[in-house]
Design a protein around this ligand. Sequence first.
Ligand code: AP5
Length: 214
Amino acid sequence: MNILLFGPPGSGKGTQSALLVQGMGYKHISTGDLFRENMKNDTELGKEAKGYMNEGKLVPDSLTIAMVKDALSRLAGKSFILDGFPRNIPQAEALDGLLGHLNLNLDKAVFLEVPSDKIVARLSGRRLCKNCGAVYHIEHHMPMQKGVCESCGKGPIYQRDDDKDEAIQTRLKVYAESTAPLKDLYQSKGKLSVIDGDDEEAVVYKRIKSQLEA
Ligand code: AP5
């Protein structure tokens, strides 16, 4: 089964994707992670994406779609989770074309619903491992040994530039204008599953898993 996971910034897409990879063996394609990897490696794509990302704006569709095309063509038969793509209607249309071209199907579009008052606290408290991208939060989940990632044993643990106040507000606005309309689109295609994401991570994971197995 191939799925896309979408929802507001900070709704838990990355956290739940990591659990789904671990528990169900999916291949995870996150456009945010791919852009951050390119920024870390100082590639041309990373340099182009950096300004948009740090301000909380969308990277232009042409760059994003080309990157996803490349990732989808490397799946080698594995089921996938698309996290953070599509993010607007033109990207959703491009995705249909890419999947058709590669003879792949999208089975479900899983929407993580989290009240907006919880979102800002999740984003402003988020920390990540610079080396492997593992996700932490200052209030309820930080490495036991300060600065040392529990997933890869390295680090450092840092805060994303777009998790600062001004960029968070821009991301929420971009989400409402560009990404939220995807809910109706996937509803009309009969692929939408809405999951209550406002609970402990393990509880949310169980909800997603049971929807996928239904
Ligand atoms: P991206 O990295 O995709 O950012 P996002 O969609 O804003 O999502 P986040 O990564 O912020 O949040 P998440 O939902 O994954 O939450 P997480 O699990 O980390 O994109 C970043 C940027 O890249 C974009 O702004 C754009 O510039 C560019 N980009 C990416 N895709 C693009 C595209 N398709 N087109 C154009 N540009 C694109 O959790 C957040 C925090 O909450 C963590 O601290 C976590 O510990 C905590 N948490 C998670 N689950 C729970 C829970 N159940 N209870 C309590 N806390 C929780």
